[in-house]
Design a protein around this ligand. Structure first.
Ligand SMILES: CC(C)(COP(=O)(O)OP(=O)(O)OC[C@H]1O[C@@H](n2cnc3c(N)ncnc32)[C@H](O)[C@@H]1OP(=O)(O)O)[C@@H](O)C(=O)NCCC(=O)NCCS
Length: 172
């Protein structure tokens, strides 16, 4: 069925994870690097946020804001001229928030080599134009891998919540 662009999606219908799967590709240019020609960590964080937002938008069909980005490691350096591939999908929806997973890969087309650079979990909250939080449609994990990520996302949410409480208590 084709949908007229002016028709509104039913944004609360459950959707499979695959509907949110996104891929973003970037060629590393000199402006993305430090004086040694290595990709800046901050630039990669920006790309991770963008790639994750794509999946969150595709799933929720709403505006979203980034609530948090979990711990990030950079496992392998990326250099000027390399091709960076970011893949994202929604792991789990809670009420107004959703966890998105992003994996980052570097392709060196001269050496015909692909290596994983990083992976990250981000939480987005769906909002309307006035910034009010909105409920997000459930996500349906289908493959074994998606089901594992769904379960793990529940455990990570509890860890995040406990860490927020701990930090709040330390501020008092
Ligand atoms: C993130 C934000 C929407 C949370 O709003 P809040 O009123 O403090 O949070 P609430 O306690 O009502 O929680 C709303 C949801 O966000 C989740 N949440 C809040 N803070 C979170 C955090 N630090 N990490 C992960 N999830 C978080 C809650 O678990 C809840 O999820 P649920 O509805 O699925 O159960 C709000 O702090 C905000 O707008 N921050 C700025 C976002 C922004 O500008 N991001 C761009 C980078 S600057």
């Amino acid at each position: 069925m084709t949908m007229n662009m002016t028709e509104k999606h039913d944004s609360f219908l459950p959707r499979p994870v695959r509907d949110s799967q996104s891929e973003m590709n970037e060629i590393v240019l000199p402006n993305d690097t430090n004086p040694l020609g290595a990709l800046l960590g901050g630039r990669l964080m920006h790309w991770i946020d963008m790639a994750a937002a794509m999946a969150a938008h595709r799933h929720s069909h709403q505006y979203v804001v980034t609530a948090s980005i979990d711990h990030l490691d950079f496992w392998t350096p990326v250099h000027v001229g390399d091709l960076v591939v970011l893949r994202s999908s929604v792991n789990r929806v809670f009420t107004t928030s959703m966890e998105v997973g992003v994996t980052v890969w570097v392709e060196n087309y001269l050496a015909d080599e692909t290596r994983q650079v990083s992976s990250a979990y981000l939480t987005f909250v769906a909002v309307d134009a006035a910034g009010r939080h909105l409920k997000v449609a459930p996500v349906i994990p289908e493959s074994d891998e998606e089901k594992r990520r769904y379960e793990d996302a529940g455990r990570r949410r509890e860890l995040r919540r406990a860490e927020r409480e701990r930090r709040k208590a330390n501020l008092r």
